[in-house]
Design a protein around this ligand. Structure first.
Ligand code: NAG
Length: 483
């Protein structure tokens, strides 16, 4: 039998893989006695051992679900950190057998938001409360301060508010990186979009790297310096920081740098794909995020790419002469401008869903709780928060006066980088998609008139006119025959 706590604990946590262990230790460290449970009992003992080593933290392990549940003070709150999908249902089933009316379960995993809504309803029928809480920050964040996105029962949020406010990352001047997101599956949805934005950020950084390395011929050492320098300015962010670190790591198995030995095939777990599916579902353009997902798919075709490279040759950059300093400066600006477009897409996805579901989400608040703890944390998020503070109904981040000014200042550099990449045979799908998004959004008249004419020609789908109100159909075929 595992160690018993002398009195009842404030909260419980089930699922002691990496995220679960670290979050439990974080909660204990903030002074909230916590019970922990995992079906695999060695995980329980491992966590208890860590709690001792990391400062005798008030963490108590249980080897069976019943005594675990009984060890928590009422109304009970249990955070689950298990794999999304059926493991979550399984854990709920196990725990709810011992729970009582008014108790609450919180899913801290990357769950599909509709699953959370289904479970919240089923739990409500048993008199239990439910929250779907996105947690971002990886292992380190979970241990020392993640960004948390709880959605679902407000009553349940109130039970845990004192805990999450202390456990979340703390950002000077803007507070803990947590807030009640909204009803239903909104917490999971917002976390999903966060991950989609993260895909975009990573892709854009990878493209900046590719252009600097393949066209600019920068060494890893130079890349490290460039990214470190960038991390002192407008691009300052966790992802830029770790990128600079990566360029400095020497291979531990052979000569050279480790980054050059890493296989160029990107893995994924699903939240990026869900984001793109939702974009299509909501009819919201998210080309930068889509391009980053497509790039992961294409990266997976390593063998096919190896064959294609034999047919078409690799890059064409030998024909291009560049000024290194100018290139570095241009790429920084292109990266920043592309990032604005990517975030504009993510925020508009959240707004569209919020309107559809009546969630009433506050975009500025989301930018605030992403400022620390999470993977996309960046100084840039402060500017997004300010943009929504200036105008909460802002149609698109691009037209916020500050962002508009920044884009105008960067657009020639941005175009130079994309043109250079195209002429060098280097694909920059994220930067190009962002630029096309901007160039489409800013134009009063698009060639959509021609598409409408075609649709009306072959399908009698009708069209509107620019000059006279109403819906029109033309016998295009007959008129064409007459000519
Ligand atoms: C316990 O640990 C195993 C292995 O790490 C994991 O697969 C399982 O989902 C965990 N959670 C629970 C609640 O038992």
């Amino acid at each position: 039998m595992a160690e018993q706590s002398p009195k009842l604990n404030r909260i419980g946590l089930a699922g002691l893989a990496v995220m679960g262990q670290n979050l439990a230790l974080n909660i204990a460290e903030k002074g909230f006695p916590i019970s922990v449970y995992n079906r695999t009992t060695s995980k329980v003992d491992e966590t208890v051992e860590r709690a001792k080593l990391e400062g005798n933290l008030p963490l108590f392990g249980f080897h069976d679900p019943e005594s675990f549940v009984q060890s928590i003070q009422k109304p009970r709150v249990i955070i689950m950190l298990v794999k999304a999908g059926s493991p979550v249902d399984q854990t709920i089933k196990t725990l709810s057998a011992y729970l009582e009316k008014g108790d609450c379960i919180i899913d801290g995993g990357n769950e599909w938001y509709e699953n959370t809504e289904r479970r919240e309803k089923a739990m409500a029928e048993l008199g239990l409360l439910y929250l779907g809480m996105g947690v971002s920050g990886g292992e380190e964040g979970a241990r020392n301060g993640p960004s948390m996105m709880p959605g679902g029962s407000l009553e349940a949020y109130k039970y845990i508010e004192d805990i999450v406010l202390k456990v979340a990352a703390q950002v000077p001047d803007s507070g803990p990186c947590v807030t009640y997101i909204g009803k239903g599956g909104s917490g999971n949805f917002v976390k999903m979009i966060h991950n989609g934005i993260e895909y975009g950020d990573m892709q854009l950084i990878a493209e900046a790297y590719d252009v600097l390395k393949s066209v600019g011929k920068l060494s890893n050492e130079e890349l490290k310096n460039v990214f470190s320098e960038w991390n002192k300015g407008e691009l300052q962010s966790f992802l830029i920081e770790i990128t600079a670190d990566i360029f400095g790591i020497k291979d531990d198995k052979a000569d050279g740098y480790l980054v050059d030995k890493v296989l160029d095939k990107t893995g994924m777990k699903g939240t990026g794909k869900w984001t793109v599916q939702q974009a299509a579902e909501l009819s919201v353009a998210a080309p930068t995020i889509e391009a980053s997902l497509d790039s992961r798919f294409l990266s997976g075709l390593k063998d096919e790419r190896t064959e294609a490279a034999k047919v078409f040759g690799d890059i064409l950059s030998d024909e291009v002469v560049v000024d290194k300093e100018q290139l570095i400066d241009d790429v920084r600006k292109a990266l920043y401008a592309s990032k604005i477009c990517s975030y504009a897409q993510g925020m508009n996805l959240i707004r569209a869903k919020s309107e559809e579901k009546g969630w009433g989400l506050e975009l500025g608040e989301l930018a605030r709780i992403w400022k620390g703890g999470c993977i996309i944390r960046a100084i840039f998020l402060d500017r997004i928060k300010q943009a929504y503070d200036r105008n909460s109904d802002l149609a698109n981040l691009l037209v916020d006066p500050e962002f508009a000014k920044e884009i105008i200042e960067r657009q020639s550099a941005w175009r130079r980088v994309v043109c250079l990449a195209i002429n060098s045979g280097i694909s920059t799908p994220g930067m190009s998609a962002s630029l096309a998004y901007f160039d489409t959004y800013r134009r009063e008249r698009l060639p959509a008139n021609l598409v409408q004419a075609q649709r009306d020609y072959f399908g009698a789908h009708t069209y509107e006119r620019v000059d006279i109100p109403g819906s029109y159909h033309t016998e295009w075929f007959k008129l064409a025959k007459k000519n």
